[in-house]
Design a protein around this ligand. Structure first.
Ligand code: AMP
Ligand code: ZN
Length: 472
């Protein structure tokens, strides 16, 4: 398949032409949620970037095999389940279910497989045994098994750390640590009393896997030893993805991943949105405040994935406005009946939009430019509609293009088309029109508010008043 897609590859820090190992088929792995709490919208920025990436590849005609893991055993899940005094499985099942509910309301397309770490312990044990046999792993005096980073000359190639400066033999057993603390890391953690009843009796002894080995084992099981795309937030570059490379490449002797893609963080007042800072919102928090989940989706998608940005409620309001503009436009297209032909203007604008939108998205998912071209298009077609210069066929063509682009954006969905107004509502609309003509604004506004309560939203356009049902 011939496309001109370019992606920024964290490994090379360059934009590279994208071509999958198997023509036409893309294999991608995205680090999924740690199911120890409700995911916050910072996490969903990562999952929405991955959704956009996948939808773009599908739009360009690729088949995509997408694997997203669930981290259901690690330091955080164990701590969380103990705090709530419930078994680990019951604890993580609860948050996994919440995660699936949230991705549904955000209109995130499902991955093909959602492997859970706890269901892949034998694969992890086998991988660790291979690493031990090849001399990359050793057992510490605490019984845990560590990866010897000094044995892997490429260690640091993703995060660009200089291994020569590290203390030889120093070890770290927790899953998360800073670049400055790069050391031999735990592949298998020998059981300690703080782990309670979370352990597996295996050939490596009684214990549990480290976080990093989980993703190496699950990605290679479902996608093969070398696959195309691996994603996550920038905080995953080190240590998680650096360690995944070290584990997988040492075990197989092959390149692990061709394109590493990382999204920047969602911030709040300049600081990363994170559980530990307490500056987060969950999707549920925002739904409880009455926001449309699709506005959240639009907000998180509409900034380029490699750019940081601050979450604000003003931003969310303007995202809501942008989604409404697109939906109103599609609604208006449905209503075109018997306009004049635009004499080729619509076809020219349509071709221009397809080229601009496509060219921008091909260039490392430049969503900002893609959306700007979309809104220019909406404005120009609206101008033609205002002068009745769009035929029914042209409106259908534009509507078709909007639906195709919405396969990528996922924000318009099915719009309600106007039907005949029930008589009581119709008489209220007429009454309001009469009040407006008489410049009795107070009465006109009161009727508008009354209609809103009935779920009917009015729009005053140059073509007269239009209405639609409010989305639930
Ligand atoms: P976790 O559940 O903590 O493993 O995180 C799931 C995903 O969310 C990972 O890819 C993280 O890199 C990403 N992530 C965490 N916080 C943020 C944030 N504030 N902005 C964007 N992505 C984030
Ligand atoms: Zn991972």
């Amino acid at each position: 398949m011939q496309t001109s897609i370019c992606f920024f590859n964290t490994l090379t820090r360059k934009k590279e032409a994208f071509s999958p190992l198997e023509p036409g088929n893309v294999k991608m792995y995205t680090c999924g949620p740690t199911v120890y709490d409700y995911a916050h919208i910072g996490n969903f920025r990562a999952f929405l970037f991955e959704d956009l990436l996948k939808r773009w590849l599908l739009y360009r005609g690729f088949k995509v095999t997408h694997v997203m893991n669930l981290t259901d055993v690690d330091d955080r899940t164990i701590k969380g389940s103990q705090k709530q005094q419930v078994p680990l499985k019951q604890f993580t099942d609860f948050y996994a279910k919440a995660f699936f509910e949230d991705i549904k309301v955000l209109n995130i397309q499902s991955a093909d497989i959602y492997p859970r770490a706890t269901a892949h312990i034998p694969e992890m044990v086998a991988l660790i045994k291979t690493l031990m046999a090849k001399g990359y792993a050793y057992q510490g005096e605490d019984g845990s098994i560590y990866y010897a980073i000094s044995k892997f000359p490429d260690y640091g190639k993703l995060s660009k750390i200089k291994i020569a400066k590290l203390k030889p033999g120093a070890r770290v057993s927790q899953d998360e640590y800073a670049k400055e603390e790069a050391q031999d890391f735990a592949l298998w953690k020998a059981w300690v009393p703080e782990d309670g009843d979370v352990y597996w009796e295996t050939e490596l002894g009684k214990g549990r896997p480290g976080w990093h080995i989980e993703c190496s084992a699950m990605s290679m099981k479902y996608l093969g030893e070398t696959f195309d795309i691996h994603c996550g937030g920038v905080d995953n570059i080190f240590p998680h993805h650096e360690n995944e490379i070290a584990q997988s490449e040492a075990a197989t002797g092959k390149r692990f991943v061709d394109y590493w893609m990382h999204n920047e963080h969602l911030l709040v007042e300049g600081k990363k949105m994170a559980k530990r800072f307490g500056n987060f919102f969950t999707v549920r928090d925002l739904l409880a405040k009455g926001y449309d989940p699709i506005a959240i989706r639009y907000l998180l998608l509409s900034t380029h994935y490699r750019q940081q940005f601050n979450f604000t409620f003003e931003g969310l309001e303007s995202a809501k406005g942008a989604v409404e503009r697109l939906r109103n436009f599609v609604r208006r297209l449905h209503e075109v009946d018997g306009g004049k032909d635009s004499e080729g203007k619509v076809a020219t604008l349509t071709a221009k939009l397809e080229a601009c939108f496509g060219g921008s998205m091909d260039m490392d998912l430049d969503i900002g430019t893609a959306l700007a071209s979309l809104f220019d298009f909406v404005r120009e077609i609206n101008n033609l509609l205002d002068t009745n210069m769009v035929s029914k066929q042209e409106a259908a063509d534009v509507g078709g293009l909007m639906m195709r682009l919405d396969e990528v954006l996922g924000v318009i969905g099915r719009v309600e088309v106007e039907e005949a107004l029930p008589a009581d509502i119709d008489s209220l609309v007429q009454k309001r029109e009469a009040a407006r003509k008489a410049k009795n604004w107070e009465e006109a506004d009161a009727i508008r508010a009354q209609l809103k309560q009935m779920g009917i939203v009015l729009e005053d356009t140059s073509q007269g008043v239009r209405w639609h049902k409010e989305k639930a």
